[in-house]
Ligand binder design. Sequence first.
Ligand SMILES: Nc1ncnc2c1ncn2[C@@H]1O[C@H](COP(=O)(O)OP(=O)(O)OP(=O)(O)O)[C@@H](O)[C@H]1O
Ligand SMILES: [Mg+2]
Length: 260
Amino acid sequence: MEEAGGGDFKINITDILIQKIKINGEWKIRGKLLKMIPIERLGSGIPGLDEMLEGGFPIPSTILLSGEPGTGKTTLAVQSLFHGARQKEIGLYITAVSEPGWVIQKFLSQYDFYSQKLIESEVVQFLDIGRIKDGEKILAKLLGNIERFQPKRIVIDSINPIRSRLEDTGEYRELMYDLLSSLKGYGCVTILICEASYSDLPKLSEAYLSDGIIVLSYREMEGSRKKYLEVLKMRGTDHTTGMRSVNISKKGLLVYPELR
Ligand SMILES: Nc1ncnc2c1ncn2[C@@H]1O[C@H](COP(=O)(O)OP(=O)(O)OP(=O)(O)O)[C@@H](O)[C@H]1O
Ligand SMILES: [Mg+2]
């Protein structure tokens, strides 16, 4: 049985009604959404991907980008970062493998989307957390830099070395939980790169915590390996299901509207 609370506690914050309500004799505070709040989106910068996501990545969101070695995870994530940077959005690329920035940049500079100028002007920032071995320190370093640079897009490449450094303990799960909850307040899109295949996903806590999952994969077809992309989940938006063919070239990664 519900009973509205005598008008003594009723705040209307445009789209959310907060009310004091008596439920079975007990007073409770309850929030009620009054109308649909439109979801803001960020264009992914990946040809063919936005069409699969009703226009782009929902903001805020954390997207797990998983796939086996060489399927194009880094390419997709960094291409998206540079796409945003060309529109003056700050992008933060966080490496967890302790490779010097120039080594990663040398490989990425082979792509047309790469711009040394955007790195020099600090629109795209590179951050190395490869040597930090303590969960709390990793979280402090990540949140400190996010607070400082206010990035609109963040890439963590990848979560696997962080997990193995913390030996997949409660400390790792706590770090992920705290990080993902904190990120919700920053209004940004975070791509968490994960070295995992389809069969690994149900065992990964990150897969449940993330708002979206995109899987890159390859299969042997007629004697050659072909690459594919599939959107497995994306909270807050309709999305295309099923695999799409992917091509990687000097121009970066693109998703075809069908299987090839
Ligand atoms: N210029 C290019 N032309 C065609 N294909 C390319 C080009 N550059 C890279 N590739 C392809 O992209 C793959 C590398 O992609 P990327 O490094 O983004 O994958 P990854 O999933 O991040 O790999 P890892 O798991 O090893 O980090 C190469 O293995 C190659 O197949
Ligand atoms: Mg990579």
